[in-house]
Design a protein around this ligand. Structure first.
Ligand code: NG6
Ligand code: CA
Length: 511
């Protein structure tokens, strides 16, 4: 895209190009997506017990969002929405996936990485995937596809599902990394495979006690969800996951930077320039929480906070890499999370007992997996020194909007079928507009609706979020969702019920 088109897209028709300073070209984009980090887990969002100096330093130069949301209160559906711009509850099979699930994104559709790729970016995916692989039973010993490369990434180095699900190996592009062909991997989520012990049979062998589930194959002294055998040389060291994937992310940036051309904050408009998009999805701070020795016991609030501090280190590595390569000014860096916080997520690792006054969801009610704000409202920082003025934005905004916003950022129109729930929020991300969404659907088991400051959780009869009554909160006066005001506001409830019904039945929310 030429400079004028970019200016028009991002500053509006009234602005005269002649009067403005030279606008930067579409920037490199790095998304650091944390796992299970809550609204209150960073210093810049009010945390005091846990220390996040690197994230906080980014925040001083970033736009810090106070009302940004994941599409769901768990990982897979959130990531599905981030990649496709579609609310996950529209599509069956987008719940938390087992480690042997098939790819849930249709490779023909427009995705966030494919938007960048179409705009000429080099695209990379490093870290937790959890969106499935392949189209039938996965053979981990041959080429594994479709996966990240088929939905728009040029390079991928992934944890296929989660740290607590087998197989406990990395997949680089189409293959398991460091696999010895003489020691093939077998995986099952139905029955035991191989003869390695399980957590259920041998709890005495575990170095981390269990609180729920996770009692299948023991790998590195930690039992997981699912059974596996083989692949010994390919298995990850839990202590080194952060180090390994961060170094892969850094290496991707280094390789990509060699193609981005000269960098001076305002890049020369030359065809040599090839920007990059990196999606770096950390394993921290998901369970099992096994931080490196440097971070174990580094915090005042247990292993969960140690993992947050390890996450902060990863952020520091990315930030320093951008700095070293003189890419800081040219890069839109986003730091966010995939769902709200949880203290005990199946391993009795002491995080609950050692919380020491730390409030993972800050002032919000709810946790990972719930429909209250704590389930989906997450930290969201957007730093692009050449373009974004640091500050705070209270705009209502969803990660589901990234697809359409990045299309705008790179000067592309998206067709009707792409990102059906993705709104172009580029002016909001750039801090040029404070007008966020009018409405947003939040999902866990069931859905909730935001309409301005109103939050409605419809009556749900079943599941984790079962409630007897419709819940309505006015977040302006009651951010912590303590007082249900549904009875006093029947008109609001009726309006929101109708709107939610319309958004559900229309199959899309972007007109
Ligand atoms: C749950 C797991 C939990 C975690 C979660 C997925 C049990 C009892 N709980 O089913 O430990 O893995 O799935 O987390 O097995 S997420 O962040 O990837 O959505
Ligand atoms: Ca998660």
């Amino acid at each position: 895209m030429n400079r004028r088109a970019f200016l028009k897209l991002t500053t509006g028709a009234a602005a005269s190009a002649a009067l403005l300073p030279a606008a930067p070209k579409p920037p490199n984009v790095v998304i650091i997506l944390a796992d299970d980090i809550g609204y209150g887990d960073f210093g810049c969002y009010g945390a005091t017990v846990v220390k996040t100096p690197n994230v906080d330093k980014v925040a001083t130069r970033a736009l810090r969002f106070t009302d940004a949301h994941t599409a769901a209160a768990t990982c897979t559906p959130t990531r599905y929405a981030l990649m496709t711009g579609e609310y996950p509850w529209r599509k069956k099979g987008t719940g938390i996936l087992p480690g042997d699930a098939n790819l849930i994104i249709d490779p023909v559709r427009t995705t966030t990485p494919s938007v960048f790729k179409k705009a000429g970016y080099t695209t990379g995916c490093v870290g937790k995937w959890h969106l499935g692989l392949g189209t039938s039973k996965i053979d981990w010993n041959t080429e594994i596809k479709p996966g990240p490369l088929e939905v728009g990434f040029d390079y991928s180095f992934i944890i296929p599902a989660t740290g607590d699900r087998v197989p406990t190996v990395y997949v680089e592009n189409h293959r398991v990394a460091n696999l010895d062909p003489n020691d093939p991997i077998e995986v099952s989520y139905q029955k035991k495979v191989g003869n390695e012990p399980t957590g259920a049979e041998h709890p005495e062998m575990l170095r981390m006690k269990l609180s729920r589930g996770h009692d299948n194959t023991i790998v590195n002294g930690i039992s997981r969800i699912g059974y596996m055998s083989g692949g010994k040389s390919a298995r990850w060291d839990d202590e080194k996951i952060a180090e390994t994937i961060t170094s892969k992310a850094v290496a991707f940036i280094e390789r990509a930077a060699a193609r981005t051309g000269p960098s001076s904050g305002v890049r020369a408009d030359t065809k040599m320039d090839k920007p990059f998009f990196l999606y770096f999805a950390t394993h921290d701070i998901h369970v099992p929480r096994v931080p490196n020795d440097t971070f174990r016991n580094s915090s005042q609030c247990g292993l969960r906070c140690d993992a947050i501090q390890e996450f902060d280190w990863s952020v520091g590595q990315i930030v320093q890499t951008l700095e070293r390569l003189k890419l800081t000014n040219d890069t839109l860096l986003i730091i966010t999370s995939d769902n709200g916080p949880v203290l005990d997520d199946g391993y009795a690792d002491g995080s609950l007992e050692k919380v020491n006054g730390h409030k993972p969801a800050g002032p919000l009610r709810g946790t990972k997996g719930t429909l209250w704000e704590g389930g989906t409202r997450v930290p969201f920082l957007a730093r692009w020194p050449a373009r974004i003025k640091p500050g705070v934005s209270n705009a209502l905004f969803g990660q589901v909007d990234l697809l359409a916003s990045f299309a705008a950022l790179t000067g592309q129109a998206i067709d009707n079928a792409a990102g059906p729930d993705s709104f172009n929020m580029l002016p909001v991300i750039l801090g040029e507009s404070k007008k966020g969404r009018d409405h947003l659907v939040e999902a866990a088991q069931g859905v909730a609706l935001r309409m301005g400051d109103w939050k409605m959780i419809p009556r749900q009869m079943q599941g984790k979020n079962a409630n007897q009554k419709i819940e309505l909160y006015n977040l302006k006066t009651d951010l912590g969702e303590t007082t249900n005001v549904a009875e006093g506001n029947p008109k609001v409830v009726a309006e929101m019920t109708a709107l939610l019904g319309k958004l559900q039945s229309a199959g899309r929310s972007r007109s």
